[in-house]
Design a binder for this molecule. Sequence first.
Ligand SMILES: O=P(O)(O)OC[C@H]1O[C@](O)(COP(=O)(O)O)[C@@H](O)[C@@H]1O
Ligand SMILES: [Mg+2]
Ligand SMILES: [Mg+2]
Length: 336
Amino acid sequence: MIDKLTASVGTALDRFIQQKQEQFPYATGELSQLLRDIALASKIINREINRAGLAGIEGGAGSSNVQGEAQQKLDMIADVRFTRALSKGGETCGIVSEEMDDIIDTGNHHAKYIVTMDPLDGSSNIDVNVVVGTIFSIYRRRSPIGRPPTKEDMLQQGTEQIAAGYVLYGSSTMLVYSTGYGVNGFTYEPSLGEYFLSHPDMKCNDDGNIFSINEGGYKTFPEGLKEYIEMCKEREYSARYIGSLVGDFHRNLLKGGIYIYPSTSKYKKGKLRLLYECNALAFLAEQSGGVATNGYQRILELKPTELHERTPLYVGSKKMVEEAMKCLKQYEKVTQ
Ligand SMILES: O=P(O)(O)OC[C@H]1O[C@](O)(COP(=O)(O)O)[C@@H](O)[C@@H]1O
Ligand SMILES: [Mg+2]
Ligand SMILES: [Mg+2]
């Protein structure tokens, strides 16, 4: 549980991290430093995003990532900035990034943490000045200290996350993260160059009336999901879909709601990536009282077999996710 004394709104991120560390007498400070490195990288990305239009760094990079998706210039810039900050910070031995085919070896072979990240999420929204984000997960390495990072370090279940979070580059920039003791949100004050605690101990409502899904693919959705969507409409829930996972997740975390990226008849595993999109958000969802599944199983218990593995995602308010899962299951029974 969050310590109310240390959760006062307005506390600077640095101080907050320090206070949390002091609650664990055996803490070495390495995780704290890693969180600071992430915060620093996010400030740099924030600056790049804000000046993207003027600096001519909007638009496509002319390349594609391992998943065949067109990379934006800012995807690449965010990837480089984060990798550099984590490498120079010294606490991360390896990184898996959406933008890189293989494990990035930072050279810090004595570091005990590994990071998986989507350096820029929702990047198709950059050119239209709509919210984008960064998503990250932190795990303890499995391989012996002193050696290069291995796949075994990277392919861990979401339950093994030590910390996870996201940065939202929106009307204001926010860092939201959890180390497994609740979720806290910090808002960036650009003139001071510092994040301040603005959303202590964030809780996702048990129920909500917002559903977020790209209905363009409706015809290809599982029948049970179609039924759930019709139910949402019957109840006149609000349909909200930004197309930036971080933005959609954040809104539903604050207001209650469900975000769905389903399997479709064409893409059985959907589009979102387990290691650097879904696991982090599932960790935050659960830490705030919400639920995250692939429609059938808890996301955090999925065993990854590939770095860039995909999974369907149903995440948000407990009752809504459970109801959507019930629809999926019920339809399966009918068709059997
Ligand atoms: O356009 P679609 O198919 O609805 O996909 C939107 C989803 O894809 C993503 O943009 C994928 O993230 P990237 O921009 O990191 O590739 C999510 O943020 C978003 O929720
Ligand atoms: Mg993404
Ligand atoms: Mg991305």
